[in-house]
Design a protein around this ligand. Sequence first.
Ligand code: NAP
Length: 501
Amino acid sequence: MLNIHRKAAAIDNNNIDAALDTPALLCDKAYINGQWVSGEKTLTVTNPADGSVLGTVPNLGSKETQRAIKAAEDAYPKWAGMLAKERGDILRRWADLMRENKDDLALLMTLEQGKPLSESLGEIEYAAGFFEWFGEEGKRAYGDTIPSHLHGSKMMVSKHPVGVTAAITPWNFPSAMITRKAGAALAAGCTMIVRPASETPYSALALAVLAEQAGVPEGVFSVLTGDAREIAKTLCDSPVIKKISFTGSTEVGRILLQQSAASVKKMSMELGGHAPFIAFDDCDIDKAVKGAIGAKFATTGQDCLAANRIYVHDDIYDEFAKKYTEATRAMVLGNGLDDKVDLGPLMSKSAVEKCEEHVKDALDKGATLLCGGQKDEQGELFYQATVLGDVTPDMKIYTEETFGPVAPLVKFSDEQAVIQAANDTIYGLAAYVYSDNIRRAHRVADALEYGMVGVNTPKFTGPSIPFGGMKQSGLGREGSHQGLDDYMETKYVCLGDLYGD
Ligand code: NAP
């Protein structure tokens, strides 16, 4: 048993402090301008595994948001004026602190989000990687010189931070969605205000505790807990905020874009997904089954990258369906603190209801239930890992993002037809292709209208890759040098009359 599992087992009645090596990481105050701030009202944070109350955080609104904006504006010139190396040193210290405290951070994440501890530990490493990587990449925000088209002129292009920025983040990746944005923003020289999801504020506040220890100056990184609509509207309306990065549903993304129109700011949108997973008849079936398990059930299916239409070629369908169903049945559902668990609870009743709705609708229209298909007796937020066979385009699950542990298998026989079907959606975040025919793999990856394609792998994310979607899955990219560029403005300077003639 790993040390973290011993600590998890010691958590009794959510007496979390006793289980943490550093109890100060469990913080119930918001963080504005380097100060820990309480609120007149509070929001309650619960453990989705058993509904128990973990604690509260301040329910802040417009007034406190204005304070955070002012602090970020005041802190901006000094932070932007530092050397990229100096900012990078702080970001790397922050990453080191995350790794030193990874067990505590993972425990907090599992308690408020529900995901298995192994996944929480994986997310902490993934999240720390963004601080480390962007801390280095900030030094490489190179400009250009352009061969002049005007006599006696020199033309130079340089990059500059956009200014004060904000991030609005979801609950499914409570740390990584913050560090992916804050790492790029701070490395570029921007300051940032983060508004984490109401369900998972403790992971965000723990990051603020470590930011302070890493030496992030006051006002450079603030965390506001509270009313999503009020805080977001204030951020969108503010002319001081020069960029907002949002990860969440396409629906809320549209609202933020509309609200920000008047102040014309940069927007990055990491929105919903509806990933196709295509297993061709020339794939390694065992590897495809394993890949489709990972692509569907990570984060208990509550993942924007989750495979939501698993297309399987006719010739391998029966074998694939049998093996996939066996592998799904073998997964253990339970409290994420338990070291044997593969799947945790869902985040809300509405998430469970959506799984129920998609399954019922599919079965009513002729799908086959291969396993699961109902709520689990462990608690009201537990839904069984489910496989549906013979799914067809008229079913809701075929066109809507489920965001839960329900895997729909769809038969296909023709390469062109499956590409067309996979692209026939407003979404374009991630897609998966399994084929051992290298020409087909390239051909299909090229034809898929998706920002990211995993060929023979369900895993492709990391700090150095451009994460993002096409169509209504988003705008802009996070991670990679493109993610850094999204926090920078391009300035062109033309120096004329060099020779005085
Ligand atoms: P969500 O409902 O859009 O919420 C995301 C964030 O927006 C939360 O902080 C939420 O606050 C806030 N919010 C909700 N309503 C708002 C409003 N009217 N104005 C301003 N802010 C508002 O999404 P979710 O259910 O948390 O996350 C699931 C979605 O995120 C899925 O569609 C998934 O595909 C997408 N996602 C995308 C990516 C990506 O990189 N493309 C990554 C992860 C998730 P509250 O918590 O207070 O409601």
